[in-house]
Ligand binder design. Structure first.
Ligand code: ADP
Ligand code: MG
Length: 750
């Protein structure tokens, strides 16, 4: 109670919008201010240097030393003008976060005056410092690829991602250099290097396919490059930091291990898109402001379904940049929330019984002219380019659904997948009724039924693409070609696919690497089939394309599902279709190493076998440790918080009962609660002991698979069982004895 009143008594932080002459600067003016991007580089670099740089970038070549030195110099001058003191390579080790090691620009120059050394301090930054750095690789997860005596690892500037400045203390700045992180022998120790590889593979083969089907026209320039686009909708929870600090489970594990649902949570459906609480709106505005300076284009903000749950979505960008930007978004959210005395929770299921958080990954392919290859246009049935790329996506998902499931597997996301808010462990694709009809018609070789024909009642007239409400003052609205299906893990949403199973906490990098790879692999088959079909023709005919499209429609049919993915019927139907239903993570991780998936990755050159084994190790180990940590945290909370509060209340009740008895009064009500408390105390104490015994056993298991299975099938169910007892106790224990902030307190103090 004291804390909650304290929260309300605090003064509110105000957003410090930059202003000129008393008027706030427009976001468009602030946008990218702290990025050393293309414009800044072209302004500051000598023309020939900039030209060499852009040529090398576009040609996929490495930078030469002279160019690197010139860029480093220009970047240093730019950064020092903005109060920078340090620079750092910024990379993405295999632990879902980012890493940095700061070096100051300081260097010393010694000259000799009359034989005496004269030391001058100055700021320098060389091309080689820009290009490469060597952090000690032995303390990052490598999944057995690196042993501690082979500690060398290198970070290398990813020239496709621009440098940027982030705030240090008191108005100083730090220059960030986005980098990949590889071992002494070039193996990936990070998320980014494989993402880059998958991107270049899919770009290449997508262009080859396009070149086979795009008619050559004199006045239209050929597409030179294709890249993947990504928009990540980030869901998150915000709670008051003071309350957060009293919950060891949130602090250690990111989720509440105990805590009962309050009477009011999300049943009224009044939070989604509701009025954003003032403090949260201020924090969101500051987050957006900080991100705008970094060139991260946040577009949408709103309340999500669960209490205290929110979402931010950016304008989509080239996938590699979008991943960097999502990681920056999470980082800035975390830091700004702190300034508002809030805690940002990215865990997929921080609170039992209300919706968890995901990170929908909206994915598509775009040409260098900004042409989206997944745009169906108004007649998709004759848009063969669209159909070819569409069936490529279906084939990728059809052939490697299990791998996509593995890409989103974690101890935390397991709590969300298959609950009532997220798709189950069955990966299928939703196309919407019209596209589905188009594919069915092609398969059956018949004309398409235009069933968006429309309906008319007294109040509403629906035609193909418009809805008319027959109210003179309301404009007619245009409707999309497909309706939505919120339950599908991989849904076509107008002109892109939305991969919805991705967890809110994880980096989007691995799921996108997998998507790029499986679709690239599908495009390779399609390319080869098209070539076979075409014979000597330089460009595929309509007939050639239709033959290939039809083949893949038939082949991938069983991965298409238009119904409700949350139902039991789908689980059974999917089993009939032979689609894997991977409920728990350890099983999913195993799929990374299946022959089919391994050979796909190695054939494409995205992962080597040791790199895949390392992924498997890291993911399994993290999974096991996460659950072990939950078990330990729960044991501590039971012994230090939960059981003692039951004891205190028991003592009060028994003292009261005994006093009453001495007075000859009725002590029935006290005795009734006392009798309920006793078995709970016994049960909780036994649970703590059982958990402890199991944890000791768990920590002794050396085999990585056995350890993960034990965490999954022994520890995890015990944790959930124990929780039920604690939650029962929370309901009957006097509030003054309950030391942990309850759900209703955390939900109502924003
Ligand atoms: P919803 O909540 O209805 O799914 P939002 O508008 O919140 O939709 O988010 C959609 C996301 O999809 C945005 O981040 C948007 O930029 C992104 N997006 C739109 N078009 C594309 C595209 N062609 N490629 C990748 N992402 C896209
Ligand atoms: Mg969405």
């Amino acid at each position: 109670v004291n804390i909650v009143t304290g929260v309300y008594a605090r003064t509110q932080r105000e957003v410090d919008f930059p202003s000129v002459n008393g008027k706030h600067e427009l976001i468009s003016e602030i946008f990218g201010k702290n990025v050393f991007g293309t414009r800044e580089m072209s302004n500051r670099l000598p023309k020939p240097v900039f030209k060499t740089f852009s040529n090398q970038l576009r040609g996929g070549q490495t930078l030469d030393k002279v160019t690197a030195d010139a860029i480093a110099h220009a970047a240093k001058v730019w950064a020092l003008e903005r109060n920078a003191t340090h620079f750092t390579h910024w990379f993405q080790p295999l632990n879902d976060s980012t890493a940095e090691k700061h070096d100051s620009f300081l260097s010393l120059k010694t000259t000799f005056t009359n034989g005496l050394p004269d030391v001058t301090a100055l700021e320098t930054f060389s091309g080689s410092e820009l290009l490469q750095s060597e952090p000690d690789a032995s303390s990052f997860p490598s999944g057995g690829m690196r042993t501690t005596f082979e500690a060398r690892g290198y970070t290398v500037w990813d020239t496709k991602s621009p440098m940027f400045l982030q705030e240090g203390p008191h108005g100083t700045m730090i220059l960030y250099i986005p980098s990949v992180f590889i071992s002494y022998n070039g193996e990936a120790l990070d998320e980014k290097s494989v993402l880059l590889k998958s991107s270049s593979v899919i770009s290449k083969v997508a262009l080859e396919v396009l070149n086979l089907i795009e008619p050559i026209e004199d006045d239209v320039p050929r597409t030179k490059e294709i890249f993947t686009t990504l928009g990540t909708e980030q869901e998150y929870f915000l709670i008051d930091r003071a309350l957060y600090s009293l919950r060891p489970d949130l602090k250690n594990c990111g989720r509440t291990l105990i805590g009962g649902l309050p009477a009011r949570h999300q049943q009224m459906e009044d939070h989604y898109f509701g009025k954003i609480p003032t403090r949260v709106l201020a924090a969101m505005s500051e987050i957006e402001l900080e991100l705008a300076k970094l060139g991260v284009p946040i577009k949408t903000r709103h309340n999500e379904v669960a209490p205290c749950q929110f979402e931010a979505a950016p304008i989509f960008e080239e996938a590699m940049l979008a991943v960097d930007h999502n990681l920056l978004t999470m980082d800035i959210m975390h830091r700004v929330a702190h300034k508002y005395k809030l805690k940002c929770l990215f865990h997929e299921k921080p609170f039992k019984g209300v919706n968890g958080s995901g990170k929908h990954c909206n994915w598509s392919l775009s040409t260098d002219r900004g042409d989206n290859l997944l745009t169906p246009t108004s007649s998709p049935e004759t848009n063969y380019r669209f159909l070819i790329f569409l069936v490529a996506c279906l084939k990728g998902v059809h052939d490697h659904g299990d791998l996509l499931r593995a890409g989103v597997a974690s101890a935390s996301n397991d709590h969300r997948l298959g609950a009532q808010e997220a798709p189950p462990g069955i990966i299928s694709a939703f196309l919407g009724s019209e596209l589905n009809e188009v594919l069915n018609a092609i398969e059956e070789g018949r004309p398409v039924n235009k069933f968006l024909a429309g309906t008319e009642t007294k109040n509403i007239r629906v035609t193909g693409t418009t809805v008319d409400l027959k109210v003179a003052t309301l404009p007619k609205l245009s409707r999309d070609m497909t309706d939505r299906n919120r339950t599908s893990p991989f849904a076509f949403t107008g002109n892109k696919f939305e991969f919805r199973a991705v967890g809110s906490k994880q980096s989007p990098s691995f799921p996108v690497t997998i998507l790029n790879s499986v679709i690239a692999s599908a495009l390779i088959s399609i390319r080869d089939d098209l070539k076979k079909q075409m014979g000597d023709k330089p460009i595929a005919s309509t007939e050639d394309m239709l033959v290939v499209i039809r083949k893949y429609i038939i082949e991938t049919k069983n991965v298409r599902f238009e119904g409700d993915n949350y139902t039991e019927e789908w689980v059974q139907e999917a089993a009939k279709r032979g689609l894997p239903n991977i409920v728990k993570s350890p099983e999913a991780f195993g799929r990374i190493l299946s022959e089919k998936n391994k050979s796909m990755f190695t054939r494409l050159g995205v992962f080597t076998e040791p790199e895949l084994e390392s992924r498997f190790h890291i993911l399994s180990e993290k999974y096991t440790k996460d659950i072990q940590m939950e078990a330990q945290t729960l044991i501590d909370m039971l012994i230090q918080h939960v059981i003692p509060s039951a004891f205190s209340y028991r003592r009060e009740l028994s003292e009261s009962a005994s006093f009453l008895k001495q007075l000859g009064e009725e002590s029935g009500p006290e005795m009734k609660y006392l009798k309920q408390l006793t078995p709970l105390c016994v049960g909780l104490q036994e649970s703590a002991e059982t958990l402890e015994e199991h944890l000791v056993k768990a920590l002794e298991i050396e085999d990585i698979n056995a350890a993960a299975d034990y965490a999954c099938y022994s520890l995890s169910p015990l944790i959930e069982k124990t929780r039920l007892l604690s939650d029962q106790l929370e309901r009957i224990c006097a509030d003054k004895y309950w030391p942990l902030p309850k759900y209703h307190e955390m939900f109502s103090t924003l």
